[in-house]
Design a protein around this ligand. Structure first.
Ligand SMILES: [Zn+2]
Length: 292
C-alpha cells in the first residue's frame, strides 16, 4: 500500500527541521522534466518544477500538471509544480485552477502598496480554493527587485539588488498573508559576468525571524557553494536554479548536433541534453540537501 504523500507545505517543514533546502528547477520541455526527475529520484529528495509564464506557454499549463501528477501519483514521489514569477492575478488564478501546488506573484518592481494589493488578491483566491477543494496551495511573493530573466548579464541590472529591510519584510508578510517569502538578500537573477554578489546570510536569518515563514532564494545560478550552505543555515528553505540548466542544455544540444550531423532521431539527439540537465540538478540537489 502507498504511504500518504507529504504536501509541499509538509516537505518544506521537513526541510527546515533537517536544516536543508528544496531545489526548484525551471523547465521548458520534456527533456528538462526528465532531467530534473531523474536527478531527484536518484537522490530520493523532494523537488519543485518551476514554470515562468513563457515556459508555461511553451510546455502547456495542463500538460505540465499532468506530467508532475503522473510522477507523484504513479511513482509516489514528492514532486511539485510552481508557477514561477507570474505577473498578473489572471495568470496566477489560471495556474491554481489547473492544479499547481504553489504560485509566485512577482510584482517586486511595483510600489510596496501595489505589490501588497495584488499579492493579497492572489492569497485570497488560493484560500478560497483551498476551502472549496481541500487542496493546499502555497502563495509566494517577492519584495525587493533582483533583476529578471535566466540569462547571462554583463553587470547587475539598474535598480536591482537593493536589500529588503526587516521592517518592510515584516509588514509585507503580515499584510499580504503569504506562505513563502522571497526577499532580496544579495542574489540576482541570471549569471552576472562581472561577478556574483554574495548572500547576506545575517539578513536572511533576521528576515526569517521577523516574518516567521519559510524563505525562498532566487537567482541561485552561479553562487558559490558556501553561499548556498550559509543561506540554508540562515533559514532559506527553497532555492531556485534556472540559468545553469539552460546553459547545460544549450551546450549539450549544440554539441550533440555538431558531433552527429547525420543523426535524425530526436531522442538520440536530445539524450545528451537530458543528461546534462540531470547532472546540474543532481549536483545542486546534493548540495542543497547536504548530501556529501
Ligand atoms: Zn526567480
Amino acid at each position: 500500500m502507498k504511504t500518504k504523500m507529504n504536501t509541499l507545505r509538509e516537505c518544506i517543514k521537513e526541510a527546515e527541521r533537517k536544516g536543508v533546502a528544496i531545489g526548484h528547477f525551471n523547465i521548458s520541455n520534456l527533456e528538462g522534466f526528465h532531467g530534473v526527475c531523474n536527478a531527484a529520484k536518484k537522490l530520493n529528495v523532494p523537488v519543485i518544477i518551476g514554470l515562468s509564464e513563457g515556459e508555461e506557454e511553451f510546455i502547456g499549463r495542463e500538460e505540465a500538471v499532468a506530467l508532475v501528477y503522473t510522477i507523484r501519483e504513479r511513482d509516489n514521489f514528492p514532486i511539485f509544480l510552481n508557477a514561477d514569477h507570474h505577473k498578473s492575478f489572471e495568470s496566477v488564478k489560471a495556474c491554481i485552477d489547473a492544479g499547481f501546488d504553489s504560485v509566485i506573484i512577482d510584482r517586486a518592481k511595483l510600489s510596496f502598496d501595489e505589490n501588497i494589493k495584488i499579492t493579497k488578491e492572489c492569497v485570497d483566491y488560493a484560500r478560497m480554493i483551498t476551502k472549496e477543494t481541500g487542496k493546499d496551495i502555497l502563495v509566494e511573493a517577492e519584495l525587493g527587485y533582483i533583476g529578471e530573466g535566466s540569462n547571462i548579464k554583463d553587470v547587475i541590472p539598474e535598480g536591482a539588488g537593493i536589500l529588503t529591510t526587516l521592517k518592510d519584510a515584516k509588514n509585507f508578510v503580515e499584510m499580504a498573508g503569504v506562505d513563502l517569502f522571497a526577499p532580496s538578500v544579495g542574489s540576482i537573477h541570471g549569471l552576472i559576468k562581472s561577478g556574483k554578489p554574495h548572500i547576506n546570510a545575517g539578513l536572511v536569518a533576521e528576515i526569517r525571524k521577523v516574518t516567521g515563514i519559510p524563505l525562498v532564494l532566487h537567482g541561485g545560478s552561479g553562487l558559490r557553494d558556501v553561499d548556498f550552505t550559509n543561506a540554508i543555515k540562515a533559514g532559506i528553505s527553497i532555492i531556485h536554479i534556472s540559468t545553469e540548466i539552460r546553459l547545460a542544455y544549450d551546450e549539450a544540444l549544440k554539441k550533440s548536433l555538431l558531433d552527429n550531423p547525420q543523426e535524425t532521431t530526436p531522442y538520440k539527439i536530445l539524450e545528451p541534453a537530458v543528461e546534462a540537465i540531470e547532472k546540474v540538478v543532481y549536483d545542486r540537489l546534493k548540495l542543497f540537501n547536504l548530501l556529501f
